[in-house]
Design a protein around this ligand. Structure first.
Ligand SMILES: [Mn+2]
Length: 450
């Protein structure tokens, strides 16, 4: 396998760097002494405070040791781009999906070598990429819906420290609608050599478990993760055997090659029509004539199993993305079950800063091990609702789509809002008048600390 090696030996600070501080931070703060933590805190406070900001107490004296901060190699340096040549200086390199990239693993490795402060944590770094069409939505409330979908992704990324890129242009004029993501994902791979993963999440997909984190360790030997089922690909031969609306793709040469092959079944290809016919004759449940990105990916897995299957992780253990129709009826029950857990565990009711919320998520995760269908679905995908165009699938009414989206927005938002002291008591209520303050209880005097 090409790139897991890349990520685990070449980018691993343990293998490449003898600098103790890098080693320390790559393996997480658990391995670090309080000294390093203190330096990190001092550095980050120092770099974010303006001299005019007076907090009434002294966090650091800026003149005391800023140089030490810079030279400690701890933290990310956003200001330095050394003059050494990298792929960015190569006039042959192109962001365009029409010009394939070669030797990407070496190029990316070289760039990281010149920007060593990105080495720590590189194998877990994710950039979330999403987007929508260039024009205003036809559905009168479509742009509002898209805004709330986007707000949800921003919330998720802020909580987990991921970068996010929203694109609303066609980076290739012919690659529109569901094909538009591929040119964006390729460009994002070049724009973010510091990231190991690019995570495409459709505009109509919503994080509905704001605490859950992708189990990256599980994907260490794979380059592409999608929600899907092998028996549906190889036995049922269905074009819905996986969902291409949410995928995690490793930033490596294998992925560059996949994107090239994959996009060659799209509208930029002279064989576009032919691919539509091939897909329809292969997948009997596909009823529309045009070649689409999802059928194209299923086709590659089906037709070239040897080449692709071993590199693609078909995730079905949790809702990597889940069809909203199966999910939305359970939000109230889920809310109740989570509250029940919290009522029994004081630590989960403890008020805390949003920045430190991941550890509470990890703690709750322990308590959710037995959770079945009532655990929060990670991503609810409003497939078929078409919030922007309003041209929803005739299987359901527009009203039912907008109503359940509202419920899902509030369900997700409540998990964020409580860190700001408020919540929507009624998931179906869109008015701000419905907000209430989160009731926090405190340990009784005789109960001791949290
Ligand atoms: Mn979608």
């Amino acid at each position: 396998m090409v790139s897991p090696k890349l990520s685990h030996s070449q980018f691993s600070p343990m293998a490449k760097l003898r600098n103790l501080s890098f080693w320390c931070f790559s393996d997480g703060l658990l391995n670090c002494g309080g000294v390093f933590l203190a330096i990190l805190l001092v550095c980050s406070f120092w770099s974010f405070l303006t001299p005019t900001l007076n907090l009434g107490f002294s966090i650091t004296e800026p003149s005391s040791n800023p140089v030490e901060c810079k030279e400690s190699g701890i933290g990310v340096n956003l200001n330095s781009d050394p003059e050494d040549h990298t792929f960015y200086d190569d006039p042959e390199m192109s962001y365009s999906i029409e010009k394939p990239v070669k030797d990407w693993d070496e190029k990316r490795r070289e760039w990281l070598k010149h920007h060593p402060w990105f080495a720590a944590g590189a194998s877990e770094r994710i950039v979330l990429v999403t987007g929508s069409q260039p024009k205003p939505c036809k559905n009168p409330i479509g742009d509002h819906l898209l805004l709330r979908f986007f707000k949800n992704k921003v919330d998720y990324c802020r909580i987990h420290g991921y970068d996010i890129f929203y694109n609303n242009l066609l980076l290739h004029p012919k690659m529109d609608s569901y094909w538009a993501k591929l040119p964006v994902v390729k460009a994002a791979m070049l724009a973010h050599p510091e990231a190991e993963w690019i995570w495409w999440v459709d505009s109509d997909a919503l994080f509905t478990d704001m605490e859950f984190k992708l189990p990256l360790e599980r994907y260490k030997d794979h380059n592409l993760v999608v929600h899907g089922w092998p028996n549906l690909i190889y036995k049922s031969k269905s074009w819905t055997s996986l969902n291409a609306g949410v995928f995690l793709i490793r930033n490596c040469q294998w992925s560059m090659d996949l994107i090239k092959t994959w996009s060659n079944m799209g509208p930029m290809s002279k064989d576009y029509k032919k691919w539509g016919q091939i897909q329809r004759s292969t997948f009997k449940d596909k009823l529309f004539p045009d070649s689409d990105d999802q059928s194209a990916l299923v086709y590659l897995l089906y037709k070239e199993k040897e080449k692709y299957y071993g590199h693609v992780y078909l995730e079905a253990e949790f809702y990597f993305q889940g069809y909203w129709v199966e999910i939305v009826g359970g939000y109230e029950n889920t809310t109740e079950r989570y509250l029940e857990i919290e009522r029994g565990v004081r630590k989960l009711r403890r008020r805390h800063a949003e920045k430190v919320s991941e550890q509470y998520g990890a703690f709750r995760e322990e308590l959710l091990k037995e959770a079945g269908s009532w655990r929060r679905p990670f991503i609810t995908h409003f497939t078929g609702c078409q919030p922007c165009s309003g041209d929803h699938n005739q299987m359901y009414s527009g009203e039912s789509c907008w109503n359940v989206m509202l419920k899902a927005f509030n369900f997700a938002d409540n998990q964020v809002l409580r860190k700001y002291g408020f919540l929507h008591p009624d998931l179906q209520d869109s008015s701000t008048l419905g907000l209430t303050e989160v009731p926090f209880d405190y340990p009784a005097a005789d109960e001791g600390p949290w």
